[in-house]
Design a protein around this ligand. Structure first.
Ligand code: SF4
Length: 359
């Protein structure tokens, strides 16, 4: 990995960017990219070359809505064993978090994968609900599990989401003038580069799929800058060591066998068409929304306000930097998060706090 962190090469790329006299705002949609950018101070270095980078809706925990958290909390309070990833436990819902439900006596389990949830279900007769979040990267493991005849007492709250529709929605909103997008390497390993092509065509926008090392990000910026200079709007692949144009065919087949697109709200966004991975009817008996529709009926069609004072909605649309939030580092910290962007290790506020906390 050292060759992707070579400071001398980084300096050369930055020198070239500086010589191009740029004035660009770019977006990426990935918590791991944000971690690399902030950890290595790439944002400050790029700013000197006239390039601003904003993080968009690329943190799966952060884009999960308060209503979805409330559904999981409601099922936990109604006696189901709810299993999900660590970050999800602490996201505040309208009536508390899953962690709060656990402290009230509900059975909420931290798991590292759906396989752990399957194991929990095998060891009990109680109903187990796995709260499934994540983009095309994590959804195949949920899909494969459902195809392997899992225990009958396991069901899924599917909050998996497709990334390209959100990107298209964000660009269509036009709130932020963006001259290029750095696309996430791990999602692109699954979907390939093709789904980005219509976005480049529609918005005349350069996009580059990038890996996660500092030089990957700098090279992606350089490739976008070169396209912008030459008035091009192509999809390019900086992460050729992992991403193919056609993606991972097997994973894509499994995804479409189990899920179908549905409309869903993302935190900070209105309803985004075809952006949710909904379980197909063949998997009704594993679909927690259908299995427990009675338990959820007071929640499913409700809108819940964002936590008071929290700017996650604007952070997720790239309109606000975490330090611009009045609560950042004061009332809102990783120990006492107000919004999900401070809870998740992939959230902009959490990353900013970890590397550049206010003193
Ligand atoms: Fe929300 Fe906290 Fe981030 Fe402010 S600092 S936007 S309150 S998560």
């Amino acid at each position: 990995m050292h060759q992707f962190r070579d400071a001398a090469i980084a300096d050369k790329i930055l020198e070239r960017l500086a010589s191009m006299r740029l004035n660009l705002t770019l977006m990426h949609v990935c918590g791991t990219h944000q971690d690399t950018i902030v950890r290595y101070g790439l944002d400050a270095l790029l700013r000197k070359s006239g390039i601003i980078i904003r993080q968009g809706p690329g943190c799966p925990v952060c884009v999960t809505t308060t209503r979805e958290i409330e559904e999981a909390v409601a099922l936990a309070r109604r006696g189901k064993i709810v299993a999900t990833y660590g970050d999800m436990l602490r996201v505040p819902g309208a009536t508390g978090s899953l962690m709060d439900a656990r402290s009230e006596g509900a059975k909420v389990k931290l798991v590292y994968s759906i396989t752990d949830a399957v194991e929990i279900a095998k060891e009990t007769d109680a109903e187990v609900v796995f709260v499934a979040i994540g983009f095309e990267t994590t959804a195949p493991s949920t899909a494969v599990t459902l195809l392997k005849n899992p225990p009958k007492n396991l069901s899924i709250l599917s909050y998996h989401r497709y990334l390209p529709p959100a990107l298209e929605a964000l660009l269509g909103m036009g709130e932020l003038k963006i001259q290029g997008v750095i696309e996430p390497g791990h999602v692109s390993v699954i979907i390939g580069t093709k789904p980005y092509e219509k976005i480049s065509e529609k918005f005349s926008l350069p996009q580059v799929v990038a890996g996660f090392e500092p030089l990957d990000v700098l090279m992606a910026v350089y490739m976008i800058a070169t396209q912008a200079r030459d008035s091009k709007s192509n999809v390019e692949n900086e992460y050729g060591r992992a991403v193919r144009k056609e993606g991972n065919r097997k994973a894509l087949e499994v995804l479409s066998e189990v899920f179908e697109p549905d409309n869903v709200r993302w935190r900070g966004f209105p309803t985004i068409p075809n952006s949710r991975m909904k379980l197909r009817n063949e998997f009704d008996s594993f679909d927690a929304e259908k299995k427990y529709s009675e338990d959820l009926k007071r929640i499913v069609n409700r809108e819940f306000p964002e936590p008071a004072g929290c700017g996650c909605d604007r952070v997720l649309r790239g309109l606000m930097e975490p330090p611009e939030c009045m609560l950042f580092g004061t009332r809102c910290t990783p120990q006492h998060p107000v919004g999900p962007c401070m809870v998740s290790m992939e959230g902009s506020c959490n990353i900013e706090y970890r590397y550049r906390r206010p003193v």
